[in-house]
Design a protein around this ligand. Structure first.
Ligand code: EVA
Length: 597
């Protein structure tokens, strides 16, 4: 078994960051495997930063739009290998799939571009220099998660085209670690909290190799021991606990120790927030108190970096979100780098954690089809719906395994804007919702995000959801430029939902208008800063009319890169912040509202 716990350093565990300038090579004809590039070394490589997307580093279109295999290579130094020690390579993600080799021999492979890839290399590694090689691939099809297609041009060049509205960035997007673990290691742990009058009960479960004993300790911010327990599972009681609250996070440190005959075999320390999440009637409760979600759908997206993680971008984004008064974001449309969740844990932000279940609707302009409620069937005529579902299920499982202990994560989203109106869709999703419910020890709410076609009278999947997420574009894709008519249609739909799903909380996970930084116009027109503001104000007043609306996550936090097309001006401009993270005018309207709400 391979531990996927986030790498840490202590007196037993060693984690060496392998980020930096790696060697790289495109492989448009898929020759690397046959020519044994992993064994012989990449021929004529160029340099490539890790982490990062390759697309926006180049000046030639074919490189930006490259679709197919591409290879990374670097040297890894192992200082010592103690007897019994095990060695792993862990990538935060490789988009969309990869095979990993050490010293020319295959160590493992992974499908899916947004979750960790961990491979064991104990047998392949040697003390001194090792060559680490990754063969990656960024093609999309109707069994990959997310879905899309590859188009071949007359000259044989290929392009990936997602059934989604964001650029198909690819590469080694997140940090890479060489991890050395003891022979018998702590594999995993989970915690759940229960609050009583002035006490919290934290149930824990650990998974460790061998027959050693487990001791668990909980320390407060000052380092004082507040509770401890013995055994692989058990419970800790904390009197007068400091709760992890929205925008007021208190983090304890949980230490899991594996010992035998007084000797420490392994140790893992991690932050722990004491909090509960529940749905009660039409409300979302955090620590038993109703919480109204304010924030954004985001993307991992920035100039030059593409989808590559950088702490500076995360820091700036959290500062902007704090400035505007937000308390929540959705990881649209895929699980983000783990560092986002670490920061959210510290900052007291709530996360709707979304699986990469996007593009489950056959359209290259899916946003237009979805926005206008004109999507078509999908699951009924997929080439291999079982394989698609297997890949989707694996992503849900890996996401929950990875993120289950973050106090910031308050819900799982299984999909964004999938087809949900057929029996085939119902059959497809029911087991995925069941998987999420079974795997999460905290039993967080499970949801999915519905586009316009998933209307109250047609959607067959909303009953699976603990709260219903809606993406709606009244005043943009529908009745664009006529906010009065847009409002009428919007309220008409909300009245239908009120009747159809009484007692269920709703969260708006998308609403927005493309808005150019440079465009001002009175009276307002679509694309102007004034229109974005008026559109948002219309939405605020509709949200306030329906008490079952328990959250508003605007689309999008910032402008972001998409593929090219007549509806996108060098990307999607629905940000409340520019791609450079400067506020548009409507951001102030949000700030005024959210600081009060
Ligand atoms: C949009 N609409 O049109 C957004 C997309 C997003 O970027 C959607 O969920 O319905 C999608 O990905 O701007």
């Amino acid at each position: 078994m391979i531990s996927e716990l986030y790498p840490v350093n202590n007196e037993i565990r060693r984690a060496q960051l392998l980020d930096g300038l790696w060697r790289f090579r495109f492989d448009p004809r898929g020759e690397g495997e046959g020519e044994a590039w992993a064994e012989k070394g990449l021929p004529d490589p160029i340099s490539m930063p890790v982490p990062g997307s390759f697309a926006d580093l180049f000046t030639e279109a074919w490189q930006r739009d490259y679709c197919g295999d591409f290879w990374y290579e670097t040297d890894v130094y192992l200082q010592e290998l103690r007897p019994g020690q095990r060695v792993f390579i862990r990538f935060g993600s490789v988009t969309h799939r990869c095979q990993v080799y050490l010293n020319g021999r295959k160590a493992g492979e992974h499908e899916g571009g947004f979750l960790p890839v961990a491979v064991e290399v104990t047998e392949l590694a040697r003390v001194g220099r090792n060559r680490l090689t990754v063969r990656a691939n960024n093609e999309l099809n109707e069994t990959s998660i997310p879905c899309g297609a590859v188009r071949t041009a007359a000259d044989g060049s290929r392009r990936a085209q997602g059934y989604f509205d964001f650029f198909n960035y690819a590469g080694i997007h997140r940090s890479v670690w060489l991890v050395q673990l003891p022979e018998q290691a702590i594999q995993d742990y989970s915690v759940t909290c229960r609050l009583e009058a002035d006490e919290a009960e934290i149930r824990y479960e650990t998974d460790a190799e061998g027959d050693g004993s487990i001791r668990v300790e909980l320390r407060d911010r000052e380092g004082a021991l507040v509770a401890s327990g013995e055994g692989r599972q058990g419970s800790l009681r904390v009197r007068n606990p400091h709760l992890w609250q929205v925008r007021n996070a208190y983090l304890y440190t949980l230490t899991v120790c594996l010992t035998r005959e007084g000797r420490t075999l392994d140790r893992y320390d991690a932050p722990l927030g004491i909090r509960t999440v529940a749905i009660e009637g039409q409300r979302i409760l955090l620590n038993g108190q109703p919480v109204y979600l304010k924030g954004f759908g985001k993307h991992e997206d920035a100039e030059i970096l593409g989808r590559g993680f950088h702490w500076a971008v995360a820091k700036r984004d959290f500062e902007c979100m704090k400035w505007i008064g937000a308390n929540c974001f959705r990881t649209s449309h895929y699980p983000y780098a783990e560092e986002w969740y670490q920061m959210a844990d510290q900052e007291g932000f709530l996360i709707i954690d979304e699986a990469p279940g996007v593009g489950l609707m056959r359209s290259f302009a899916n946003f237009a089809a979805a926005g206008a409620g004109k999507s078509n069937g999908f699951f009924g005529d997929c080439p291999d719906v079982e394989l698609l579902q297997r890949n989707h299920r694996a992503a849900v499982e890996e996401m929950i395994r990875r993120d289950k202990n973050h106090p910031s994560v308050i819900a799982w989203s299984i999909f964004n804007e999938a087809e949900t109106i057929t029996q085939a869709a119902e059959d497809y999703f029911a087991p995925l919702f069941e998987t999420a419910r079974r795997l999460d020890p905290q039993h967080r709410p499970v949801t999915g995000v519905l586009e316009k076609t998933s209307s109250p009278d047609r959607c067959r999947c909303w009953p699976m959801m603990d709260f219903i997420c809606l993406n709606r574009y009244y005043g943009w894709y529908i009745s664009g430029g006529d906010l009065q008519e847009a409002r009428r249609q919007f309220e008409e739909e909300m009245d239908q939902w009120a009747e159809k799903a009484p007692g269920v909380p709703f969260v708006f996970t998308e609403f927005g208008t493309d808005t150019l930084d440079s465009l001002h116009k009175l009276p307002s027109v679509m694309w102007s800063q004034e229109y974005q503001q008026e559109y948002m104000e219309m939405h605020f007043s509709v949200f306030d009319r329906y008490p079952f609306i328990q959250g508003e996550l605007a689309w999008n936090f910032a402008d972001f890169q998409t593929g090219q097309g007549i509806m996108r001006v060098n990307g999607n401009k629905k940000g409340l912040f520019s791609r450079n993270r400067q506020p548009k005018e409507a951001a102030w309207a949000f700030r005024r509202r959210w600081m009060e709400k």
